[in-house]
Design a protein around this ligand. Structure first.
Ligand code: SF4
Length: 446
């Protein structure tokens, strides 16, 4: 057994607390992140809980924080058994690049079933790499197929849109959220921005009813005895949940509160007084008001300034996500400058990832025609410009962007599968030479 991996797993065991006893299981659950980050995702905890409800015991495997390992070297948190001992491995993840990492490291014979957003938008690609993919919410899949799901390889899709909400069943003192437990307040999104896969893959918008919310918060108090002071509320847009102030008023009695995401359009400044977080995040997408209208996510500059003013008034850092590079909008940034203060406003530039696997192909064609592929040199100049104005700014990793776009092109048969799995810079080089022509071809096809 590799000593470094064993030490890592023992450290997880020592730091972790749960309602569930650590017991040997029949099925492996692979989470392709190091544990301190993985604990901040509710999706694998949901899988674990849902399978436990069906009497299926699961052993969990996390990626170590170093890169020189194979899947066969991983050990379970429950029993330290190797991953290769299991006949069936479930993978829970969101991003395409995580599945690429698994394929690159795979040296085991187990059947592997993959689930999560990353496979949902490009199911054909991953069904041919793994033994099957699971599409749909875990609660709906399990209730529809029961444990028969293990025998249904290929693409297994739920036809139900049953919604169940999940909350932390594991808590760890060794995590980036070491003093927080999580609760999913809503699923999907009531808005339907044409470039976004959330409403398309996550189904209808739903949120926890107030009475249920109260019950869950009271249940989560158990974690307070072992150091959880915060309740992290997971939602695409906190202020889209009706009566949200009642929810926050109730929960603040028991926990310090944080929330994951906000929309400018529905933002209410009153929520800020409940939140114990330094940074408040908004998907602004583009700094040009007219373009926001064009891409189907409209709010005025005046509303955005009102939101920034409210946040900065409470000394919060405002983090603004942009999907489209712009010609420098000096006027827009001049308006924001009075609110910068000490590192008060941050930009994150994540060029839009067009998912060719999604159904809204006509919308995608329109967006592609109007907004060209990222010009990385220009984006880098843009980032430096923002920093020169006194803002903080970062840019999405270029390789991650390519991986996501290329995965969807491979899924649709426009690119060879090999392209996705070459290492390092070659991925970008090959794609740089071909992606533009492939996209143009798609645009020209009816
Ligand atoms: S508001 Fe955000 S999550 Fe909702 S559809 Fe638009 S981009 Fe997606």
């Amino acid at each position: 057994m590799r000593r470094d991996i064993e030490d890592y797993v023992l450290k997880i065991r020592k730091s972790e607390y749960s309602f569930f006893k650590k017991r040997a299981g029949d099925v492996a659950l692979l989470i392709p992140y190091p544990y301190p980050q993985a604990i901040g995702s509710l999706s694998w905890q949901a899988v674990y809980k849902k399978f436990a409800d069906y009497g299926v015991r699961i052993e969990r495997f996390f990626f170590p924080p170093f890169s020189n390992f194979k899947l066969s070297e991983l050990r379970s948190v429950e029993t330290l058994r190797p991953l290769g001992d299991f006949e069936l491995v479930l993978v829970s993840s969101i991003w395409e690049k995580d599945f690429v990492e698994i394929v690159k490291r795979c040296d085991i014979k187990a059947k592997i079933l993959a689930g999560g957003k990353g496979v949902e938008v490009v199911p054909n690609l991953w069904a041919s790499e793994f033994d099957g993919v699971l599409l749909g919410r875990v609660e709906a899949l399990l209730d529809e197929y029961g444990t028969d799901i293990f025998r249904k390889y290929g693409i297994v899709k739920s036809s139900s849109d049953k919604v169940e909400f999940f909350y932390s069943i594991f808590f760890s003192s060794w995590s980036v959220f070491k003093d927080a437990v999580l609760l999913e307040l809503s699923k999907s999104c009531p808005r339907r921005c044409p470039f976004c896969v959330v409403p398309e893959t996550a189904g209808r918008f739903a949120y926890v009813e107030f009475e249920n919310f109260k019950e869950i918060v009271l249940r989560l108090r158990k974690f307070k005895d072992i150091g959880a002071k915060k309740l992290g509320i997971i939602t695409t847009a906190l202020t889209d949940v009706p009566r949200v102030l009642d929810y926050l008023e109730f929960a603040k009695t028991y926990f310090d509160l944080t929330a994951s995401s906000f929309t400018v359009g529905s933002f209410k400044a009153e929520v800020l007084k409940y939140l114990h977080q330094q940074t408040v995040t908004f998907g602004v997408e583009t700094t040009v008001e007219a373009k926001r209208k064009e891409v189907g996510k409209y709010f005025s500059d005046a509303k955005l300034l009102e939101v920034v003013r409210a946040c900065r008034g409470m000394d919060k850092i405002v983090k603004i996500y942009l999907l489209w590079e712009e010609d420098w909008e000096a006027g827009f940034f001049e308006k924001l400058k009075p609110f910068i203060g000490k590192k008060g406003i941050e930009f994150s530039i994540n060029p839009v990832v067009v998912k060719f696997g999604v159904k809204k192909i006509e919308e995608i064609k329109r967006l592609l025609a109007n907004f060209p592929l990222p010009n990385w040199k220009k984006i880098e100049r843009y980032r430096r410009y923002l920093i020169s104005l006194g803002f903080d700014a970062d840019v999405l990793n270029k390789k991650d962007w390519y991986t996501e776009v290329v995965a969807s092109l491979v899924d649709k048969g426009y690119l060879d599968k090999k392209v996705l799995f070459v290492k390092g810079k070659r991925l970008e080089k090959i794609v740089d030479n071909t992606l533009k022509e492939v996209v143009e071809e798609i645009l020209n096809r009816s």
